[in-house]
Write a protein that binds this ligand. Structure first.
Ligand SMILES: [Ca+2]
Ligand SMILES: [Ca+2]
Ligand SMILES: [Ca+2]
Ligand SMILES: [Ca+2]
Length: 478
């Protein structure tokens, strides 16, 4: 699964062959100065070229391709976003190479709403994905140094992220012989120049990668699954952020997860954890910082959960032991007239073995968070179409109001697509206890039942979007 390195290795071998055999066989060797990453849902993105311009800017061409797959996991592209620092990007253009991709407009951002970063997006796209193969390119100019850039091929409710590092862009630029001096010193000699080295005196570390890229993401859950319950979507409201430290070869050194429990309007004693979906051996990691106060979770000695084929981290096992319950009412911070409790922050650290897993292997954008309901380890609630862990009770799928179909890879949705968990990249103004999220956020139902196509910004405070009388008034926004 080390896709990028395979591409790199191929090109390096090709270049070496050219050096060794020179002109004799050079004509038979194709050097591909590109780096391709998989977004998912049939989409890939390739850095096709990076050109250094005389005025200290770079022109970058990204090529987006869809392989023509269809079905529930290969939806049609609704927009395509590119992360870039505000004020550094210009001259954006789109060219259709094959297929019948269309787009409505180019949104210059920098705020992109549903994407976990700032930059620009090709908006209101159609005709590619969801069974339609196609290829298009995006050309843009960046001023200043090259940047780490995440891209999002948004289709259905999935963001389908990939990340290109500064090293990826430099590789394509230098491979094609268009080197321009990004230059500068490399104090610690790790191959990561000082101007892009977040740890200029530490040769083991180069880059801090944040997910989401600009501040916290929010998760919110309903806990009566497989029943729909009262649908107030405040049984857990939790903010999170990951900081992933990589070295100059793009291998993960360690990652830090910050989790802030803002509210839990739940009678049940719920836990929270997440699974990493990349090809990572759970026994390779070292996890610290979790808070386990009950006896229903079993860990390996390294801190990951036992009995799991993928790495699972249980952040805490009972919210009632994390935040002080006022002693009356349901849960914490969802009822008016109850004292407001300061949110609780947990800090998880995960150590990685040296030079083993790349940032792509980790696939942090696809991390799979879930709650465990009322200390019953088999009852997990995940985001829609995210897979359960190995310890989930399989007999619950398709019961009550749950319409999961494991054979088709669909999970945690009702028959009309309503979820039990939501994930947005800004603060969630959650309903007061026992108030329907559908009546507090008036576009929620259309967003969910349309499979994420309509009102993807349903959570914003736009005209006609909210009934503020039903939303919990958080005293101070943090
Ligand atoms: Ca350095
Ligand atoms: Ca360094
Ligand atoms: Ca509820
Ligand atoms: Ca509740």
């Amino acid at each position: 699964m080390k896709t990028m390195n395979q591409f790199r290795n191929f090109t390096i071998v090709a270049a070496m062959l050219m050096l060794i055999f020179g002109s004799v066989s050079a004509h038979a060797v194709v050097v591909v100065c590109e780096i391709t990453k998989v977004n998912g849902g049939g989409f890939t993105t390739t850095i096709e070229s990076v050109t250094c311009n005389p005025n200290e800017t770079h022109t970058i061409v990204l090529r987006v391709e869809h392989n023509g797959c269809g079905g529930p996991s290969c939806k049609s592209l609704s927009h395509y976003s590119v992360q870039a620092t505000p004020g550094t990007y210009s001259d954006i253009s789109v060219e259709v190479i094959s297929g019948s991709m269309n787009y409505g407009n180019i949104d210059l951002g920098p705020n992109l709403g549903v994407d976990p970063f700032q930059g620009f997006k090709i908006d209101n796209t159609s005709g590619i994905g969801g069974g339609n193969a196609g290829v298009f390119t995006i050309t843009y100019t960046l001023s200043g140094p090259l940047q780490q850039q995440m891209v999002s091929a948004k289709a259905g409710t999935s963001g389908q992220f990939a990340t290109f590092t500064v090293e990826d862009f430099e590789y394509v630029m230098n491979c094609a012989g268009t080197t321009c001096d990004g230059g500068g010193n490399d104090t610690d000699g790790d191959g990561c120049n000082d101007d892009e080295d977040d740890y200029p005196t530490d040769p083991d570390r180069c880059t801090d990668n944040f997910f989401p890229a600009n501040g916290y993401g929010t998760l919110a859950y309903e806990d009566l699954w497989p029943g729909k319950g009262d649908y107030d979507f405040n049984d857990l409201v939790l903010d999170y952020e990951f900081q992933v430290v990589t070295n100059s070869q793009n291998y993960v050194v360690e990652m830090f997860g910050t989790f802030i429990i803002k509210a839990f309007g739940a009678s049940y004693e719920n836990g929270f954890g997440f699974q990493l979906e990349g090809p990572i051996d759970p026994e390779d990691l070292t996890v610290t910082g979790y808070s386990l106060t009950e006896n229903y979770i079993t860990l390996l000695s390294n801190g990951t959960e036992a009995g799991q084929s993928k790495p699972v981290v249980i952040v805490y096992d009972n919210a009632y032991n994390q935040m002080q319950w006022p002693g009356v009412g349901i849960g914490v911070n969802t009822e008016l007239n109850m004292p407001y409790i300061t949110p609780d922050t947990l800090n998880i650290t995960i150590g990685f073995p040296a030079d083993t897993y790349t940032y792509e292997d980790l696939n942090i954008g696809g991390f799979n968070p879930f709650i465990i309901v009322n200390q019953n380890r088999g009852v997990e609630v995940h985001l829609p179409d995210y897979v359960p862990t190995d310890l989930a009770d399989q007999t619950l799928f398709g019961t009550m109001e749950d319409y999961s179909n494991p054979a088709q890879g669909t999970y945690y949705k009702t028959d009309n697509n309503l979820p039990w968990a939501i994930h947005i990249y800004e603060s969630f103004y959650y309903p007061i206890e026992k108030q329907l999220v559908l009546l507090a956020h008036l576009k929620f139902a259309e967003w969910a039942t349309s499979g994420g196509v309509l009102f993807p910004d349903w959570y914003k405070n736009l005209s006609g979007y909210r009934n503020n009388d039903l939303i919990y008034p958080v005293p101070v926004q943090d």
